[in-house]
Write a protein that binds this ligand. Sequence first.
Ligand SMILES: C[S@@+](CC[C@H](N)C(=O)[O-])C[C@H]1O[C@@H](n2cnc3c(N)ncnc32)[C@H](O)[C@@H]1O
Length: 306
Amino acid sequence: MALSKNESFPGDMKVTAPQEEMGSKGEMAPCVAGQNVSMTTARVLTREELDKISGERTLVSGFKQMKLETDAKKNWDLFYKRNTTNFFKDRHWTTREFEELKACREFESQRLVLLEAGCGVGNCIFPLLEDDLNIFVYACDFSPRAVEFVKQNPLYCPERCCAFQCDLTKDDLRTNVPEDSVDVVTLIFVLSAVHPDKMKLALQNIFRVLKPGGIVLFRDYGLYDHAMLRFKAGSKLGENFYVRQDGTRSYFFCKEFLAELFADAGFSSVANDYVLRETVNKKEGLCVPRVFLQSKFTKPRQSDGS
Ligand SMILES: C[S@@+](CC[C@H](N)C(=O)[O-])C[C@H]1O[C@@H](n2cnc3c(N)ncnc32)[C@H](O)[C@@H]1O
């Protein structure tokens, strides 16, 4: 079956392109026993799913885990070598889901400065650039190939875009983006690819370039998303953290974990909700439950604290 352009990955179920409309916001259900933080989930698991998730106790060896961390950039770069620009589909839903992308200007003619952190090949930014002429986009990724694909896109022009290579957990964004200068940061299916121990470093890095009052728009995999339940034995790296066959990794967020992470990096929470939807594969008659976490966090203005 041909691989669709979607929010899934090679290790995930291959399904047709997802419907863009969102399902209902999740009902909160108690989490499975054995997890050590109090969490809410957006999905109630079946007995079988619960057994599968809680039965998986063997973790990938420490040695292999270290290698995956060392090779994280290389593995994503190889992902783009294999898939070029053909994997993810353009994300046309961002302005619908995040009204800030259109509405957060202080005056109408203000040019909005955006940073797409972990831009991949630009599936998030190019629809925005096409849609809104008064926007300047910084776009970074640690994969050199991904950045090159962004630069080769016919919609890329230096007057409206600046793409650069950057490991969000290591390289200071201020080398390319002035401090306190960005109105909106988009973080779309990126933090899940970062080791949980380094997520805070990425957020602190973003914090420095965001304007006081600026906002981070976040969307990523939620706890018990279908992709999480499909990982085979031997793919577990840690709690809610897995490795795909191609060496790229994925974390599945519960809202409490994310809220704490952003708070620790200095942000204030504006919204933090699960989004449920179903992905349909008409050909195979399959309907799979997807869970995403969609959130907004701001950098407080100095006056906010007083
Ligand atoms: C699933 S893709 C999402 C791309 C894009 N945000 C979009 O919406 O299409 C995740 C991206 O995060 C990038 N990435 C992962 N870890 C990173 C890091 N530490 N620093 C910068 N980019 C990273 C990967 O190279 C990959 O392009």
